[in-house]
Design a protein around this ligand. Structure first.
Ligand SMILES: Cc1cc2nc3c(=O)[nH]c(=O)nc-3n(C[C@H](O)[C@H](O)[C@H](O)COP(=O)(O)O)c2cc1C
Length: 191
């Protein structure tokens, strides 16, 4: 006699995630972190963070970015040295270099790469903050000398790959929140 078994697995996804925060609390929580401890960021979390970046809006959905994920201590040290304001990268556990892809074959999307990559960057910062991973956005583009030095460090040969920023990531013992605040004078309401 033949029996048919239908086996249903109720999988428990064992990803160490923080409780999802209200978005306004998360926005407040994200501040620039410049002191990191030695705790290692897991590959699962790195992937979640990159995935958040790739869910950002982009002009014509061209997704004109490429990410270099730096986990090599020697290169992290070089990244901390080549730029006047990136010393925190020497302590960071990971750096994500957000690069713009400039050779788009879509005339409508051309020129929007800075905006696309900025949206991506902000998603990365927020996702990391939700995971209690500190971040610091370090600007590179449009400073040509910094772009050139960074391309040399990472051995980026393609002229259509342009580093825009470096995001330092790591756990910290001294979390700081966003310094931002609401300022009425920066707003014009047109009703
Ligand atoms: C385009 C851009 C470039 C930045 N570059 C650096 C940098 O090179 N080094 C650094 O320590 N912080 C850098 N920051 C972080 C700012 O200093 C920081 O966001 C600002 O002071 C507000 O503080 P908060 O992020 O803690 O709210 C940069 C931020 C942006 C958006």
């Amino acid at each position: 006699m033949a029996y048919k078994y239908k086996v249903v697995f109720f999988g428990i996804i064992n990803i160490e995630m923080s409780e999802s925060m209200q978005i306004n609390n998360l926005i407040k929580k994200r501040g620039s972190i410049r002191n990191f401890n030695d705790q290692v960021i897991s590959d699962v979390h790195i992937k979640l963070i990159l995935e958040a970046g790739m869910k950002a809006p982009s002009a014509c959905n061209m997704r004109p970015y490429h990410f270099y994920v730096i986990q090599n201590k020697e290169i992290l040290n070089q990244l901390g040295d080549f730029h006047p304001y990136t010393k925190m990268l020497k302590q960071a556990n990971v750096a994500i270099v957000v690069c713009m892809v400039t050779n788009l074959n879509n005339n409508l999307a051309k020129g929007y790469q800075v905006q696309d990559c900025s949206a991506t960057t902000q998603n990365i910062l927020l996702q990391a903050s939700d995971l209690n991973i500190g971040t610091c956005w370090c600007g590179v583009f449009p400073r040509e000398e910094l772009v050139d030095k960074l391309k040399a460090i990472l051995n980026i040969q393609e002229d259509y790959i342009q580093p825009m920023n470096i995001i330092a990531l790591g756990y910290t013992d001294s979390w700081v929140e966003s310094k931002g605040f609401y300022e009425e004078s920066k707003v014009t309401f047109i009703k």
